[in-house]
Design a protein around this ligand. Sequence first.
Ligand code: AMP
Length: 609
Amino acid sequence: MTTFKDLGLNENIIKALTDLGYENPTEIQEKAIPQVIASKQDLKAFAQTGTGKTAAFGLPIIEQIDTNSNDTQAIILSPTRELALQIAKNIEEFSKYIKGLRVAAVYGGANIDEQIRKLRKGVHIVVGTPGRTVDLINRRQLKLNNLQWLVLDEADEMLNMGFKDELDKILEVTPEEKQTLLFSATFPREVESIAKNYMHKPIELTSGEKNKGSDQVSHQYYVVSERNRYAALKRIADVNTDIYSIVFCRTRRETQEIADKLIKDGYNADALHGDLSQAQRDSVMEKFRKKHLQLLVATDVAARGLDVNDLTHVINHKLPDQIESYTHRSGRTGRAGKEGISIAIVTAREKGKLRPIERIIGKKFVSTPVPTGKEICQNQLLKLIDKVHDIKVNETEISEFLPSIYEKLEGLDREELIKRFVSIEFNSFLSYYENAPDLNDSDQMRSGRDNDSRGKRRDDENMTRFFINIGRKDKLNPARLIGLINDQQIAKNIEIGQIEILDTFSFFELDKNYTEETISNFQQNDVSFEGRGVNVEITEKKRTGRGGGGPRRRNSGDGGGNNSGGRSGGGRRRSKDRKEGGGNSSGFGRKRSNPGDFGANKNSRRRKG
Ligand code: AMP
């Protein structure tokens, strides 16, 4: 097996790597390090995040820095402040035994004068975001005339974020004879054009296939209706009892909304997006790194530079607009040799977006049914049992209470005791998911993808029955009623169930996922029929025979959004009567009372003032 020594690195660097626990080089390091040490040829490297690319470009540069000079010899450009700081920290760690080597990170949103002061002392390696770097060049505070290495890290992301002009400017002012190292996870046209315009006959390195996703990541998708997207997210979190995941959203608003809902529903979650101040973002990231949060709801941009290696899942609450972003998102899991799962929650209509992504990642998405209440209960129960098994008993403290406890429990045998102790926690799980509906989208069911017990045809369980105050006397017939329903544009191809036309009023059934839309669309459209104002209300399901009485209270539906309450902490919900369909959440396994572990989370809203 190749060692770092074989790659031509000096003892001081190897000592630092040993301190960091790096035993052997990763594939990209093995290829890039000797190349950059031996040759001044430009280099274009395909490298996903998590492949060890920072050391791949950092180590050979450190190896060659002349610490007797005060010149800036290397500049590393990165898309975000977080990533710049991370790279600078890595470089400091790699070079800690090299006397006099100076590194500085320069980035926007921080005091420029302090950064200038640091640069004036002579910094050998500058790590910068493109905007601030240009600013410092324009102020003549960052002098690059003796630059030897220019690294473009995550070049695709920098271009995605609109830094094209800044990159052009920096590339133009740096000396011709420097060596340019370009690292990118994907190679869309824009990246290729940077390489073409500014690099001279670059050597190409790839670790894994270019533009392809990591082998360590498997990709799953769940098809649900729009209404059930959030409920599906919760079930995914509930069934994976030790989930540690970034939930990606497309907009800041969506990010905050989902995070707020999760927090309200008792999950250890928080939001990370650009509306937060830098201090707020730092605090959220720190909590997530320390695993005080299990679910980090984030936008693509805000999550960049968050160095977390052991995510169990990446969840695409919504797929990104740009296909390449999916590679970046999914690349956040399956890092440093670990396996990970990238999940896409899609509606039937969004399913078409998966195919082009599959082409890019070179892998197939696996259709996965949304977990049933039973599966969730089973996983939660097993987790509870593991917890009981592993709990440390404080023998000294508990001993004085034991005699009276034994006395009280006298007469209960082992089986009975186990059942009762477990039921303390588990009854609430059972009642929460009792009668929990199937969240899989009916279109998927009909296409026969899932042929297990959940694949059965939609029946009246999935329908809401409505009362409508018009009937035969108003010249209503089934065809006209269907026309009237379609006119309300509730949802495309909405499923209509049983229709019952009576003399002065009628009943119809519709996909219960659109219950609220049905009511509100009829109200908002101010519908009239044959001169009569139309009124639609939810009515109880027909039980026997014909007829069915007037409007009554609606049945609760799943995924009906929000709730009150949440959890009282420590893994227990307040009311045993709550149901998923009622809009309350389980939050199973979310809030944990052990502060060293996944501690309770407090703040929800923290928008920048
Ligand atoms: P990067 O792709 O540079 O963000 O690195 C991903 C993670 O892998 C970081 O946490 C690094 O500290 C770690 N890492 C990089 N190279 C090695 C190595 N050769 N051995 C062990 N860990 C490494």
